[in-house]
Design a protein around this ligand. Structure first.
Ligand code: ATP
Ligand code: MG
Length: 168
């Protein structure tokens, strides 16, 4: 899959994958379209493939560590790098068990959401949308007809820019 096939020139798109590997590949293509300061909100049912997609994105962002979602994890931080070669903080959130905004504030999440040298990947973003910057990528994963079929819908930040770069 290339950038062009994934259609990242458009404001939004939709594709179907037929395996976890394909979803990961889409993730690494999406990674190339991300810029420092971006946040990706990932939503979809349990087991839809959010972590799988995050693994592909993290791989595309040069993260070498194993990325997964251990029970009770709220945030893992990884060292990545962006295409231009600079260092990038990759924040992987899983808000599934989040009980309140306070929990996010306590770990300094709001600062991470606005880190100009970071990319945030937020599973279960729909649990606390009001905490997230409004200029964000939205990715929705849905089960398809076959056991390994998934539909992935994505939308760029509405402005086409990140919340951070708008003010620079
Ligand atoms: N096309 C596909 N895309 C992604 N995952 C797939 C696909 N087909 C099968 N799978 C399997 O579905 C599972 C997806 O699990 P994953 O942990 O990524 O889901 P999740 O959305 O993060 O779940 P949770 O809500 O528990 O965090 C994996 O076991 C993966 O191998
Ligand atoms: Mg997950």
């Amino acid at each position: 899959m290339t950038d062009e096939q994934a259609g990242f020139g458009a404001a939004a798109g939709e594709l179907c994958t037929a395996s976890a590997e394909e979803t990961k590949r889409f993730g690494s293509v999406l990674a190339a379209a991300l810029r420092p300061g971006d946040l990706v909100a990932l939503n979809g049912e349990l087991g839809a493939g959010k972590t799988c997609l995050v693994q592909g994105i993290a791989d595309g962002l040069g993260v070498n560590d194993v990325v997964n979602s251990p029970t009770f994890m709220l945030l893992n931080i990884f060292a990545g790098r962006h295409a231009a070669g600079g260092e990038l903080n990759v924040y992987h959130f899983d808000l599934y068990r989040l009980a309140s905004c306070d929990e996010l504030e306590d770990i300094g999440a709001v600062e991470f959401f606005h880190d100009p040298q970071g990319v945030c990947l937020v599973e279960w973003a729909e649990r606390m949308p009001e905490m997230l910057p409004p200029a964000r990528w939205e990715v929705q994963l849905e089960y398809g007809a076959g056991a390994a079929d998934r539909t992935i819908r994505w939308r760029r930040p509405a402005t086409g820019k990140t919340h951070r770069r708008k003010t620079e």
